[in-house]
Ligand binder design. Structure first.
Ligand code: ZN
Length: 255
């Protein structure tokens, strides 16, 4: 069982009727709902205005993969909670940052850069290209697919060179964007995925759902030991050698 927590600031849906019409129970529940259709996934939710943003140490300790959607509330996320999430990532929790989470404190902490980009919201269409079809996150995803409407995110995306580049987005205005990328930090795996503007229903899109579901499977740690950081000095290898187990040296064949 993969334990997922879907975190959403949950502000647009509560304050803007047009967004509430798209996601009546919030983006977090829309994502948790399709993930919970998978018998191997148990997805819960957490939001900004809950105590500790719903991300207590206990919640994080019982989360294999954290999904993050934020936009207007980035600055309201406490630095203490960001650090708590970051430490859990270093200890092996997977992290999936969606759309405007590119500007979240946690994604900036992960990347160490400004994470700025070009953007434009004119209801244009996006074509997403799968450029690494062998990657686990791309399994079952066609070579390309269309989103009828999405906010344009364009390069340059101010991030460190990703460990892997899985999807590229092309927009009608001509821009390109590194739409699906991965990083590893400590023992944790991180996936950033660009679609998911609050005005468009792209979290209902079959391919977007498939990618997020695949990313949950990919990001769950397969590391089953306790992470260690700075262990005791290891004795030199010859301290383990039992001399009587060694065969005496012989010469073999011609020189
Ligand atoms: Zn947006």
């Amino acid at each position: 069982m993969i334990r997922v927590t879907v975190w959403n600031e949950y502000l647009h849906e509560k304050n803007e009727p047009a967004v509430a019409a798209v996601y009546p129970r919030g983006i977090h529940n829309a994502i948790a709902d399709f993930l919970n259709e998978d018998a191997n996934i148990k997805a819960g939710t957490a939001t900004l205005e809950e105590p500790e943003h719903g991300l207590t140490q206990e919640v994080l300790d019982n989360t294999d993969v954290l999904i993050w959607w934020g936009h207007m509330g980035h600055a309201r996320v406490s630095d203490e909670i960001v650090e708590r999430v970051y430490q859990r990532v270093l200890n092996g929790m997977g992290l999936i940052c969606l759309h405007s989470a590119h500007f979240s404190k946690i994604f900036k902490r992960i990347t160490g850069t400004r994470c700025s980009l070009r953007w434009r919201d004119i209801h244009e269409n996006e074509r997403i290209w799968t450029i690494d079809p062998t990657h686990p996150i791309a399994q079952g995803v066609p070579p390309y697919f269309e989103l009828e409407q999405e906010e344009m995110y364009g390069e340059r995306f101010d991030i460190p060179t990703p460990d892997e580049l899985i999807f590229l987005g092309w927009f009608r205005g001509g821009e390109l964007f590194r739409s699906g990328i991965t990083y590893r930090r400590g023992f944790g795996k991180i996936f950033y995925f660009q679609p998911g503007h609050e005005m468009y229903g792209n979290f209902y899109n079959e391919n977007v759902q498939k990618i997020i579901r695949n990313a949950v499977y990919w990001a769950k740690s397969t590391f089953t030991c306790e992470p260690y950081f700075n262990g005791d000095a290891v004795p030199p290898p010859n301290a383990f050698v039992n001399e009587i187990d060694l065969e005496p040296h012989k010469e073999y064949g011609k020189r």
